[in-house]
Design a protein around this ligand. Structure first.
Ligand SMILES: *[C@@H]1O[C@H](CO)[C@@H](O)[C@H](O)[C@H]1NC(C)=O
Length: 350
């Protein structure tokens, strides 16, 4: 009997010993480590991030805390290092150092006129120093046509793809849905992931592939402090739309349609300092806003007000960008042409 009591006593003693000295101590150590991690590392980083002060890994930490988004297809295959691409040796135009980079974001989709439009845009960029083109295809995979074009273009380029979700594809006859949302957001994500805001000065501009650009517009926008704005020609059924400027300040907008917009301006009419993307990590385009309000959505996301706007193009008195549209090509005579020239290979890339 006594042996049993001793046995139980020893058993309980050992159990308590193990529990106190191992189990509890491990818990205490884990808690201490977690508290040290949160109070010494994460909280200061988030706090500094809110004050727009850059800290190492800030982006990663803030994203982990409250910014998780499913990864976009195709982004990882293009891990282009911005510092490397700025030293793009083959490009004789990429020589001038110490001037801000222009991150030109172009959504594009496959169509008969795509190569012509992109060729013209590429050649415009070749006349501009320190452009980093971010070209985003609306496709499941990057196409061979655009890959070849980017290679031949010699402009430093991040070639990405982000497919428009099928629920947001435009259907003829139905209400028009916003275009380019997934693609422009993929480009913003690329900048946030690949550009070191401590090292790079620059501006972000949304340069659609069918507009016409006077190269002087890029020099106008290059030193943008917050957001710069200017007129756009041949738009919305009028000769131009423009910011209204008084005494060198933006005081309103010259436009006719779409008064529901907070900023009634076109995508081609503004550029903003790249640092804003890092101080406003949630700023992005959205499918769920009324049509025509994509520009307002991103500018509101960047917490911009009218008093932040810097009028460019000689106080908005010059048109340096045009909202031109490429007419879609009719192939009405193609069958007859092929009938007439039976031995000609018409499968050439156009
Ligand atoms: C714009 O207008 C303001 C005020 O009239 C003037 O001070 C400034 O020099 C003008 N800017 C340009 C580029 O002409």
């Amino acid at each position: 009997m006594l042996y049993i009591y001793i046995y139980i006593y020893i058993y309980i003693y050992i159990y308590i010993y193990i529990y106190i000295y191992i189990y509890i101590y491990i818990y205490i150590y884990i808690y201490i480590y977690i508290y040290i991690y949160i109070y010494i590392y994460i909280y200061p980083c988030v706090f500094l991030a809110d004050l727009s002060i850059w800290v190492p890994d800030r982006q990663k930490i803030v994203k982990q805390l409250y910014e998780y988004k499913p990864p976009l297809k195709g982004l990882d295959s293009d891990k282009v290092n911005i510092r490397k691409t700025r030293e793009f040796k083959d490009n004789p135009l990429e020589t001038k150092r110490g001037i801000p980079t222009i991150f030109a974001i172009t959504p594009t989709y496959s169509r008969l006129e795509q190569k012509a439009d992109l060729t013209r845009l590429c050649q415009t960029f070749r006349l501009v120093e320190n452009v980093h083109w971010i070209l985003v295809e609306d496709s499941i995979n990057k196409t061979a046509l655009v890959k070849r074009l980017v290679t031949n273009c010699k402009v430093p380029c991040a070639h990405l793809n982000a497919v428009t979700p099928s629920t947001f594809k435009n259907v003829p006859g139905k209400r028009k849905l916003p275009r380019g949302v997934a693609q422009r957001n993929a480009a913003l994500t690329w900048i946030r992931d690949h550009v070191d805001p401590k090292e790079v000065q620059g501006v972000v501009y949304f340069a659609d592939d069918d507009n016409t650009y006077d190269v002087r517009i890029f020099e106008e926008m290059r030193y943008t402090k917050v957001v710069s704005v200017w007129p756009v020609g041949l738009i919305a059924g009028g000769k131009f739309e423009s910011p209204m400027v008084k005494d060198g300040k933006v005081v309103g907008w010259i436009f006719y349609v779409g008064a529901h917009r907070r900023f009634p301006i076109d995508m081609a009419s503004f550029a903003f300092n790249v640092q804003l993307l890092f101080s406003h990590l949630k700023a992005e385009f959205k499918y769920t806003v009324p049509s025509g309000t994509q520009e307002s959505t991103i500018l509101e996301g960047l917490n911009v007000t009218m008093s932040d706007m810097e009028p460019k193009a000689n106080n908005c008195t010059e048109i340096l960008v045009w909202h031109t549209r490429t007419q879609s090509t009719s192939l009405i005579n193609q069958p007859k042409l092929q009938e007439k020239f039976k031995t000609v290979n018409f499968d050439l890339e156009v």
